[in-house]
Design a protein around this ligand. Structure first.
Ligand SMILES: C[S@@+](CC[C@H](N)C(=O)[O-])C[C@H]1O[C@@H](n2cnc3c(N)ncnc32)[C@H](O)[C@@H]1O
Length: 188
């Protein structure tokens, strides 16, 4: 099974399109903040969450319960593709239903490999993968710069390292981040 969670009107053929709003006529009406989710353990090979995760889990407990459910329904090696607005972009701030800033580093906290590395090197990051018994490895991530940064990069007027610096210093540099994760679990 492939799940398009929080599909809205962006339906994908061959996928189970899921949303809490019946107005968008999803295949399944499900409130993703209500756990447990209605899918079996290890039943999903691919998950798409495009502009959805930032809408879920204003309460930390709810957010962590969602991550646990995501991991539970994933089959070993399942791919999860998450697209989110950058939390320091006005697009994130403007929408009153955006309740949870999502970053690559925040999702990396659910990687047990990274948790072990932090333990060894004495980093104080909370080892959420180990605490929640979930394990997601970040496979890749990509950022979509806003203007004028995108044009400057395309014209070769600035380097990637300068974009990195701008991302740390300024708002409205990155519009959107796409993160691909893999569910790390033993075959059942
Ligand atoms: C910004 S829209 C994105 C829709 C679609 N993924 C797209 O890219 O066009 C966010 C969607 O998430 C859905 N959503 C928000 N909270 C939800 C929840 N608790 N359970 C299920 N869907 C939810 C909304 O109903 C909405 O359709």
């Amino acid at each position: 099974m492939r799940l398009n969670l929080g599909c809205g009107f962006d339906k994908k053929a061959g996928w189970v399109n899921v949303d809490k709003m019946p107005q968008s006529a999803p295949d399944q009406v499900v409130d993703l903040e209500a756990t447990p989710w209605p899918w079996a353990d290890n039943s999903v090979r691919e998950v798409e969450m495009r502009h959805v995760l930032e809408h879920l889990g204003a309460s930390t407990d709810t957010y962590l319960a969602i991550i646990k459910e995501l991991w539970r329904v994933c089959e070993p090696g399942a791919q999860v593709r998450i697209v989110v607005p950058h939390p320091r972009h006005d697009h994130y701030l403007n929408d009153p239903t955006h309740v949870r800033p999502i970053t690559v580093q925040g999702l990396e906290m659910f990687s047990q490999k990274r948790n072990h590395e932090w333990q060894k090197s004495g980093k104080p990051n909370t080892p959420l993968g180990l605490y929640l018994d979930v394990d997601f490895e970040i496979v890749s991530f990509d950022v979509l710069p806003d203007e004028p940064w995108r044009g400057r990069l395309q014209r070769g007027e600035m380097q990637g390292s300068e974009l990195q610096e701008a991302m740390r210093m300024y708002a409205n540099v990155i519009m959107e981040t796409t993160i691909v994760m893999r569910a790390v679990k033993a075959d059942t």
